[in-house]
Design a protein around this ligand. Sequence first.
Ligand code: THU
Length: 132
Amino acid sequence: MEPIELMRKAREARSLSHSPYSGFAVGAALLCKDGSVYLGANVENASYPLSMCAERNALYHALMEGRKKEEFLALAVCAKGRPVSPCGACRQVLSEFLPPETPVFLGNLELEMKETSVGELLPYAFEEKDVR
Ligand code: THU
C-alpha cells in the first residue's frame, strides 16, 4: 500500500476521535504485512490524563485483533495543521512494538506528508533488554 493511501486511512480514522476537551482530533493507521490496516483515533476523558492517543489506539487495536509485532510495516498519523508529530509517550510505546527502521508518516488534512521512522523519533530508546 502506498503511503498516501495509508495516510487517507489515518485521516478517515480521525473522524472517530473523541476529543471534546482539546478539540484536536488525531487519526492513525497501522499497516501489517498481509495488507491489513488497523485504525486508531484519540479518545479523551473528563479526567484528562486518562486520554489515549490515536497512535497507541491503532497499535492496541492491532494487538487485540491478534497481530504480532513482527507483522507491523508502517504507521501513518493525521491531524489538522502541520504534519502531526507523535507525543513522547507514543514514541516509547511504538519503539517497543515496531523495529527502529519502521516508516512513520506524519500528515495533515491536506495529505501533506513527512516520512520519519520509529528510531528517528526515539533514538536511544529504553527497551526490554535494559530491564532484564
Ligand atoms: N494526540 C494524539 O492522539 N496523537 C498525537 O500524535 C499528538 C496528540 C492527542 C492527545 C490529545 O487527545 C490531543 O491530541 C491533544 O493533545
